[in-house]
Design a protein around this ligand. Structure first.
Ligand SMILES: [Mn+2]
Length: 297
Protein backbone atom coordinates (compact mmCIF):
# COMPACT_ATOMS: atom_id res chain seq x y z
CA UNK A 1 0.00 0.00 0.00
CA UNK A 2 1.62 3.20 -1.22
CA UNK A 3 0.63 6.86 -1.34
CA UNK A 4 2.72 8.92 -3.74
CA UNK A 5 3.09 12.72 -3.78
CA UNK A 6 2.95 15.14 -6.71
CA UNK A 7 4.66 13.39 -9.65
CA UNK A 8 4.27 16.32 -12.07
CA UNK A 9 5.32 14.37 -15.15
CA UNK A 10 8.51 13.01 -13.58
CA UNK A 11 7.84 9.53 -14.95
CA UNK A 12 11.41 8.31 -14.68
CA UNK A 13 11.66 9.32 -11.01
CA UNK A 14 8.28 7.66 -10.40
CA UNK A 15 9.50 4.36 -11.91
CA UNK A 16 12.61 4.45 -9.74
CA UNK A 17 10.50 5.20 -6.68
CA UNK A 18 8.28 2.17 -7.34
CA UNK A 19 11.38 0.01 -7.49
CA UNK A 20 12.86 1.44 -4.29
CA UNK A 21 9.56 0.95 -2.43
CA UNK A 22 9.33 -2.62 -3.83
CA UNK A 23 5.95 -1.94 -5.39
CA UNK A 24 4.41 -5.15 -6.72
CA UNK A 25 1.74 -4.58 -9.33
CA UNK A 26 0.11 -7.93 -8.59
CA UNK A 27 -0.46 -7.29 -4.88
CA UNK A 28 -0.04 -3.64 -4.00
CA UNK A 29 -2.46 -0.75 -4.10
CA UNK A 30 -1.15 2.68 -4.98
CA UNK A 31 -2.77 6.08 -4.57
CA UNK A 32 -1.55 9.31 -6.16
CA UNK A 33 -2.47 12.54 -4.35
CA UNK A 34 -2.99 14.26 -7.72
CA UNK A 35 -0.83 16.60 -9.84
CA UNK A 36 0.58 13.71 -11.88
CA UNK A 37 0.81 16.11 -14.88
CA UNK A 38 2.58 19.40 -15.79
CA UNK A 39 6.08 20.79 -15.20
CA UNK A 40 8.03 17.52 -15.67
CA UNK A 41 8.94 15.98 -19.05
CA UNK A 42 6.42 13.10 -19.31
CA UNK A 43 2.95 14.21 -18.23
CA UNK A 44 1.04 12.05 -20.69
CA UNK A 45 2.99 8.91 -19.87
CA UNK A 46 2.42 9.39 -16.15
CA UNK A 47 -1.30 9.99 -16.63
CA UNK A 48 -1.52 6.89 -18.83
CA UNK A 49 0.19 4.83 -16.16
CA UNK A 50 -2.70 5.55 -13.78
CA UNK A 51 -5.51 5.45 -16.34
CA UNK A 52 -7.36 2.18 -15.97
CA UNK A 53 -4.62 0.33 -14.10
CA UNK A 54 -5.95 -2.14 -11.57
CA UNK A 55 -5.07 -1.22 -7.99
CA UNK A 56 -3.84 2.25 -9.00
CA UNK A 57 -5.93 5.26 -8.05
CA UNK A 58 -5.46 8.97 -8.28
CA UNK A 59 -7.11 11.98 -6.69
CA UNK A 60 -7.84 15.27 -8.40
CA UNK A 61 -5.04 17.84 -8.08
CA UNK A 62 -5.23 21.49 -9.05
CA UNK A 63 -3.26 20.74 -12.23
CA UNK A 64 -5.78 18.11 -13.37
CA UNK A 65 -8.53 20.61 -12.49
CA UNK A 66 -6.82 23.22 -14.67
CA UNK A 67 -6.61 20.74 -17.55
CA UNK A 68 -10.28 19.91 -17.11
CA UNK A 69 -11.26 23.58 -17.18
CA UNK A 70 -8.96 24.46 -20.05
CA UNK A 71 -11.28 22.59 -22.40
CA UNK A 72 -14.21 24.75 -21.33
CA UNK A 73 -12.79 28.20 -20.95
CA UNK A 74 -10.15 30.23 -22.80
CA UNK A 75 -8.90 32.12 -19.71
CA UNK A 76 -8.52 28.85 -17.86
CA UNK A 77 -6.52 27.41 -20.76
CA UNK A 78 -4.13 30.39 -20.59
CA UNK A 79 -3.74 29.93 -16.83
CA UNK A 80 -2.99 26.26 -17.40
CA UNK A 81 -0.44 27.00 -20.15
CA UNK A 82 1.42 29.32 -17.80
CA UNK A 83 1.43 26.57 -15.17
CA UNK A 84 3.02 23.81 -17.18
CA UNK A 85 0.13 22.76 -19.42
CA UNK A 86 2.13 23.34 -22.62
CA UNK A 87 2.68 19.61 -23.17
CA UNK A 88 -1.00 19.25 -24.16
CA UNK A 89 -0.41 21.08 -27.46
CA UNK A 90 0.76 17.81 -28.95
CA UNK A 91 -2.54 16.06 -28.09
CA UNK A 92 -5.26 15.66 -30.67
CA UNK A 93 -8.75 16.96 -29.91
CA UNK A 94 -10.09 13.46 -29.35
CA UNK A 95 -7.25 12.54 -27.01
CA UNK A 96 -7.77 15.75 -25.04
CA UNK A 97 -11.47 14.97 -24.80
CA UNK A 98 -10.89 11.42 -23.55
CA UNK A 99 -8.37 12.47 -20.93
CA UNK A 100 -10.67 15.25 -19.76
CA UNK A 101 -13.42 12.65 -19.35
CA UNK A 102 -11.07 10.56 -17.23
CA UNK A 103 -10.14 13.56 -15.07
CA UNK A 104 -13.80 14.28 -14.41
CA UNK A 105 -14.13 10.96 -12.63
CA UNK A 106 -11.35 11.71 -10.14
CA UNK A 107 -12.42 12.15 -6.50
CA UNK A 108 -11.35 15.01 -4.20
CA UNK A 109 -10.79 12.70 -1.24
CA UNK A 110 -10.20 9.04 -0.49
CA UNK A 111 -10.16 7.06 2.73
CA UNK A 112 -8.28 3.90 3.48
CA UNK A 113 -9.23 1.94 6.58
CA UNK A 114 -7.15 -0.73 8.24
CA UNK A 115 -8.38 -3.24 10.82
CA UNK A 116 -12.01 -2.50 10.02
CA UNK A 117 -11.79 1.18 10.69
CA UNK A 118 -9.45 1.16 13.70
CA UNK A 119 -6.80 3.01 11.70
CA UNK A 120 -8.24 5.58 9.31
CA UNK A 121 -6.11 7.28 6.69
CA UNK A 122 -7.54 10.15 4.63
CA UNK A 123 -6.11 11.49 1.39
CA UNK A 124 -6.57 14.88 -0.27
CA UNK A 125 -4.41 16.84 -2.74
CA UNK A 126 -3.98 20.09 -0.77
CA UNK A 127 -5.95 20.64 2.42
CA UNK A 128 -9.13 20.27 4.46
CA UNK A 129 -10.65 23.60 5.64
CA UNK A 130 -9.81 24.40 9.27
CA UNK A 131 -12.36 22.90 11.64
CA UNK A 132 -14.21 20.88 9.00
CA UNK A 133 -14.61 17.25 10.15
CA UNK A 134 -13.45 14.57 7.72
CA UNK A 135 -16.94 13.12 7.38
CA UNK A 136 -18.22 16.45 6.02
CA UNK A 137 -15.17 16.80 3.76
CA UNK A 138 -15.92 13.44 2.17
CA UNK A 139 -19.29 14.77 1.00
CA UNK A 140 -17.72 17.68 -0.88
CA UNK A 141 -18.00 17.43 -4.65
CA UNK A 142 -15.66 18.97 -7.19
CA UNK A 143 -16.98 22.43 -7.92
CA UNK A 144 -16.64 22.98 -11.64
CA UNK A 145 -15.49 26.54 -12.11
CA UNK A 146 -13.88 26.64 -8.68
CA UNK A 147 -10.39 25.67 -9.60
CA UNK A 148 -9.01 28.65 -11.46
CA UNK A 149 -11.38 31.57 -11.14
CA UNK A 150 -12.74 31.09 -7.63
CA UNK A 151 -10.35 32.04 -4.86
CA UNK A 152 -12.98 31.62 -2.19
CA UNK A 153 -12.64 29.33 0.79
CA UNK A 154 -15.12 26.78 -0.55
CA UNK A 155 -14.15 23.30 0.55
CA UNK A 156 -13.75 22.06 -3.05
CA UNK A 157 -11.27 24.88 -3.73
CA UNK A 158 -9.36 24.34 -0.48
CA UNK A 159 -9.16 20.62 -1.27
CA UNK A 160 -7.00 21.22 -4.35
CA UNK A 161 -5.48 24.70 -3.82
CA UNK A 162 -5.39 25.30 -0.04
CA UNK A 163 -2.13 26.15 1.74
CA UNK A 164 -3.43 27.78 4.93
CA UNK A 165 -2.67 24.85 7.21
CA UNK A 166 0.80 24.42 5.74
CA UNK A 167 1.56 28.14 6.11
CA UNK A 168 0.20 28.18 9.66
CA UNK A 169 2.53 25.29 10.47
CA UNK A 170 5.44 27.15 8.88
CA UNK A 171 4.66 30.28 10.90
CA UNK A 172 4.53 28.24 14.13
CA UNK A 173 7.96 26.85 13.36
CA UNK A 174 9.49 30.25 12.62
CA UNK A 175 7.94 32.78 14.97
CA UNK A 176 10.00 33.96 17.94
CA UNK A 177 8.46 33.53 21.37
CA UNK A 178 7.76 37.18 22.11
CA UNK A 179 4.50 38.84 23.02
CA UNK A 180 3.29 39.72 19.55
CA UNK A 181 4.08 36.19 18.48
CA UNK A 182 1.88 34.88 21.29
CA UNK A 183 -1.08 36.80 19.87
CA UNK A 184 -0.32 35.67 16.36
CA UNK A 185 0.10 32.11 17.56
CA UNK A 186 -3.32 32.16 19.16
CA UNK A 187 -4.78 33.22 15.81
CA UNK A 188 -2.81 30.58 13.94
CA UNK A 189 -3.60 27.82 16.40
CA UNK A 190 -7.08 26.84 15.06
CA UNK A 191 -5.57 26.27 11.59
CA UNK A 192 -3.10 23.63 12.72
CA UNK A 193 -5.54 21.51 14.71
CA UNK A 194 -5.89 17.87 13.61
CA UNK A 195 -8.64 16.95 11.16
CA UNK A 196 -11.35 15.29 13.23
CA UNK A 197 -12.45 11.78 12.32
CA UNK A 198 -9.10 10.53 11.02
CA UNK A 199 -5.88 9.09 12.37
CA UNK A 200 -3.80 10.47 9.49
CA UNK A 201 -4.49 12.87 6.63
CA UNK A 202 -1.93 12.78 3.82
CA UNK A 203 -1.58 15.90 1.64
CA UNK A 204 0.61 17.04 -1.25
CA UNK A 205 0.54 20.34 -3.17
CA UNK A 206 2.84 22.65 -1.18
CA UNK A 207 6.54 22.02 -1.70
CA UNK A 208 8.42 21.37 1.54
CA UNK A 209 11.68 23.33 1.39
CA UNK A 210 13.88 20.70 3.03
CA UNK A 211 12.38 17.89 0.86
CA UNK A 212 11.47 15.77 3.90
CA UNK A 213 7.89 14.73 4.82
CA UNK A 214 6.44 17.07 7.43
CA UNK A 215 3.84 16.39 10.13
CA UNK A 216 1.56 18.60 12.20
CA UNK A 217 -1.25 17.21 14.32
CA UNK A 218 -2.50 14.26 12.27
CA UNK A 219 -1.62 15.87 8.91
CA UNK A 220 1.31 14.62 6.89
CA UNK A 221 2.65 16.61 3.91
CA UNK A 222 4.61 14.74 1.25
CA UNK A 223 5.10 17.13 -1.72
CA UNK A 224 8.88 17.15 -1.67
CA UNK A 225 9.45 18.99 -4.95
CA UNK A 226 10.20 16.28 -7.53
CA UNK A 227 9.63 18.80 -10.33
CA UNK A 228 11.60 21.53 -8.54
CA UNK A 229 14.95 19.82 -8.13
CA UNK A 230 13.75 18.04 -5.00
CA UNK A 231 12.63 14.48 -4.35
CA UNK A 232 9.63 12.27 -5.08
CA UNK A 233 8.12 10.65 -1.99
CA UNK A 234 6.00 7.55 -1.41
CA UNK A 235 4.51 6.64 1.96
CA UNK A 236 3.22 3.39 3.41
CA UNK A 237 0.80 4.68 6.07
CA UNK A 238 0.30 1.21 7.53
CA UNK A 239 3.98 0.45 8.04
CA UNK A 240 4.52 4.16 8.86
CA UNK A 241 7.54 4.52 6.61
CA UNK A 242 8.46 6.52 3.51
CA UNK A 243 10.81 6.25 0.54
CA UNK A 244 12.28 8.92 -1.68
CA UNK A 245 14.22 9.26 -4.91
CA UNK A 246 16.22 12.31 -5.95
CA UNK A 247 16.85 13.64 -9.43
CA UNK A 248 20.27 12.06 -9.75
CA UNK A 249 20.01 8.35 -10.51
CA UNK A 250 21.86 7.15 -7.44
CA UNK A 251 20.04 9.12 -4.77
CA UNK A 252 17.49 7.06 -2.83
CA UNK A 253 16.23 7.24 0.75
CA UNK A 254 14.20 4.82 2.84
CA UNK A 255 12.48 3.03 4.24
CA UNK A 256 12.58 5.80 6.88
CA UNK A 257 10.10 6.34 9.75
CA UNK A 258 7.33 8.91 9.21
CA UNK A 259 7.30 12.01 11.43
CA UNK A 260 5.35 11.67 14.66
CA UNK A 261 1.60 12.29 14.17
CA UNK A 262 -1.02 13.02 16.77
CA UNK A 263 -4.78 13.19 16.12
CA UNK A 264 -5.60 14.90 19.45
CA UNK A 265 -6.76 18.56 19.39
CA UNK A 266 -5.26 20.84 22.00
CA UNK A 267 -6.01 24.34 23.26
CA UNK A 268 -3.13 26.80 22.88
CA UNK A 269 -1.27 27.20 26.16
CA UNK A 270 0.74 30.31 26.82
CA UNK A 271 4.21 29.88 28.26
CA UNK A 272 4.90 31.73 31.53
CA UNK A 273 6.68 34.74 29.90
CA UNK A 274 4.00 34.84 27.19
CA UNK A 275 1.32 34.89 29.87
CA UNK A 276 3.06 37.74 31.75
CA UNK A 277 3.40 39.73 28.52
CA UNK A 278 -0.22 39.14 27.53
CA UNK A 279 -1.35 40.26 30.99
CA UNK A 280 0.82 43.40 30.80
CA UNK A 281 -0.63 44.23 27.39
CA UNK A 282 -4.13 43.61 28.70
CA UNK A 283 -3.50 45.90 31.71
CA UNK A 284 -2.16 48.59 29.39
CA UNK A 285 -5.26 48.32 27.20
CA UNK A 286 -7.52 48.53 30.24
CA UNK A 287 -5.72 51.63 31.45
CA UNK A 288 -6.01 53.26 28.03
CA UNK A 289 -9.57 52.34 27.11
CA UNK A 290 -10.95 51.57 30.56
CA UNK A 291 -10.80 55.25 31.52
CA UNK A 292 -12.41 56.21 28.21
CA UNK A 293 -15.18 53.73 28.83
CA UNK A 294 -15.54 55.13 32.38
CA UNK A 295 -15.91 58.65 30.99
CA UNK A 296 -18.60 57.51 28.53
CA UNK A 297 -20.63 55.78 31.20
MN1 LIG B 1 -0.90 21.04 -6.55
Amino acid sequence: MLVVGDIHGEYEMFMRLLKVAEYDEAYDTIYSLGDVIDRGPESLRTLEWFAGRRGAYMLLGNHEAMMMQAGEDFDASRVWSRNGGGWSHCLGAREKFLYTCMLRTLPLTAEISYDTGAWRVGLVHADVPSGLPWKKMQGVQTGFGDAVTDWSDSASTVAIWGRRRFKADLAMRKLPRDQLAAEVKMRIWPHIQPVRGLDVLICGHTVIDDFVPRGRGNVLWIETGAAYGGRLTAVDPLKKVYWQVGRANDRVWGPLPLPHLDPVSRAYRLSRPEKAQMQAAEAERREKFGSLLGALI
